[in-house]
Write a protein that binds this ligand. Structure first.
Ligand SMILES: [Fe+2]
Ligand SMILES: [Fe+2]
Length: 186
């Protein structure tokens, strides 16, 4: 998606939309046509996506809320629920069901962030006065170290609950599962 008019290389829209595309390419390169997942590439994808979410949760959303006199962005609650589901889906082994759910949520979520009324354009507008400092913070955001995937009942239960809280369903939950991962998009 192209950034909105007037938003160049130094905009939040450009930097974080480009990061979405980079992460999409990383995920695509980690999964072979036969479904085999190359773990080193997938771990780089997990680490990159968690850093990206950290930037949004710890830098962008709080800054926007502060500059709105303490009022969160209307979209913030939905984005945080999505982030919880996405982060949870990065914990278990990347089965076809986990990957299908992750891709469906990311597709929907990235549109919410990149659209004209989305998070990034709103931040470029609301945070204009602080943009230079903000871009320094964005670039300095720490890298994330990921732990090995886990499929314990506790992890899988937490994944299912986080996905459902965000308004989606976990693909592959049922052996006869033929429904798409979206329950609704809120
Ligand atoms: Fe996000
Ligand atoms: Fe994002």
């Amino acid at each position: 998606m192209e950034p909105a008019d007037g938003e160049g290389n130094g905009s939040i829209t450009r930097i974080l939309s480009d990061d979405h595309r980079r992460l999409e390419r990383l995920l695509a390169s980690a999964v072979a046509d036969d479904g085999h997942v190359e773990r080193d590439s997938y771990d780089r994808f997990r680490a990159g996506l968690l850093r990206h979410i950290g930037i949004e949760e710890k830098i962008l959303l709080p800054a926007a809320q502060r500059l709105r006199g303490g009022e969160p962005l209307p979209i913030a609650a939905k984005l945080r629920l999505d982030h919880g589901a996405i982060a949870a889906l990065l914990m278990p082994t990347p089965t076809s069901g986990v990957l299908a759910t992750l891709r469906a949520i990311l597709e929907n979520h990235n549109l919410l962030e990149e659209g004209l009324d989305g998070l990034y354009h709103t931040c470029d507008t609301v945070l204009r006065e602080e943009m230079d400092q903000l871009l320094v913070q964005l670039r300095a955001a720490p890298n994330v170290t990921v732990i090995p995937c886990s499929d314990t009942p506790a992890v899988l239960g937490a994944v299912r609950r986080a996905v459902e809280r965000a308004g989606f369903r976990l693909s592959g939950d049922s052996p006869t599962d033929d429904q798409p991962p979206l329950l609704n998009t809120l």
